[in-house]
Write a protein that binds this ligand. Structure first.
Ligand code: SF4
Length: 262
């Protein structure tokens, strides 16, 4: 019941000039190229069994920060030289940043005026295809798109909802020729088999806007947050995939002409 309330809150929230932010990382190293100033946004409509940011699901929590673009830019600009020197920039992640797409659009626009690289880390669950989304993507240098599982049934089991919206968003990005890096989490028993890798390869093979796939082996690091949120972590006992498994998936996806980051 708790989740259903959160979904309706997240899905219907009206933008009031501030972003609802879970946390800030000023010099992140894993959320895009170079060093990155990372905003973790509140709110997500997916329910991934392996979620390591379980505490970002609800849009409103006591601990969330409400920040204007100006307040965020003040911090970004103080790191600007470090970010630029490493080929980095800023990243919006979460949670799911598309749920607050007006704020992210405004933030990325402000970054662009300072020639700062912008990266949108998203699960692709776009609710509205309108001029706000267009402007956001026009001001995005790199989209990091999570494609969690192409098989619809396994996706539902793993993520809690259908993958239709995400796949449509991927097609939309391809039509726009938007630069995209796909992220694929390798979860034992859910996405670590050859068929899943081939389904992904077939789906993105002809998408010329996607040149790189980042393989992310499942890990248990965020499991403790589930208990803190009063929830049960259902992947207890599942361990990270073997290196050989990841290398096998790498080889399959390379066969579809994609560069692999692992
Ligand atoms: S999309 Fe990301 S934040 Fe949302 S449930 Fe999945 S892993 Fe967690």
């Amino acid at each position: 019941m708790r989740s259903k309330v959160a979904v309706s809150q997240a899905g219907s929230r009206h933008y009031q000039g501030k972003g609802i932010v879970h946390s800030i990382e000023s010099c992140g190293t894993v959320d895009g190229p170079g060093l990155r100033f990372v905003l973790f946004m509140q709110g997500c409509l997916m329910r991934c069994l392996y979620c390591h940011n379980r505490d970002t699901w609800d849009m409103h929590t006591d601990k969330a920060l409400e920040l204007s673009v100006e307040e965020v830019m003040k911090q970004v600009l103080s790191y600007r030289h470090y970010l630029k020197a490493t080929g980095g920039g800023v990243t919006a992640t979460g949670g799911e940043p598309l749920l607050q797409y007006e704020f992210i659009r405004n933030w990325f626009k402000a970054c662009r005026t300072h020639d700062i690289h912008t990266c949108l880390d998203t699960n692709g669950y776009a609710l509205h295809y309108d001029n706000i989304l267009e402007e956001l993507l026009d001001n995005t240098d790199l989209v990091m798109l999570d494609l969690k599982q192409i098989d619809p049934e396994i996706h539902k089991t793993l993520v809690g909802i259908a993958n239709t919206k995400t796949l449509n968003f991927a097609r939309y990005l391809a039509e726009r020729n938007q630069a995209v890096r796909v992220r694929f989490v390798i979860v034992p028993g859910y996405t670590d088999d050859e068929r899943s890798a081939h389904l992904l390869g077939e789906f993105i093979g002809d998408m010329g806007n996607i040149d790189t796939v980042e393989l992310l082996p499942y890990h248990e690091l965020g499991a403790h947050k589930w208990a803190l949120c009063g929830d049960t972590y259902k992947l207890e006992g599942i361990h990270p995939p073997a290196r050989e498994t990841v290398l096998g998936i790498k080889e399959i996806l390379e066969g579809y002409g994609k560069k692999i980051i692992y």
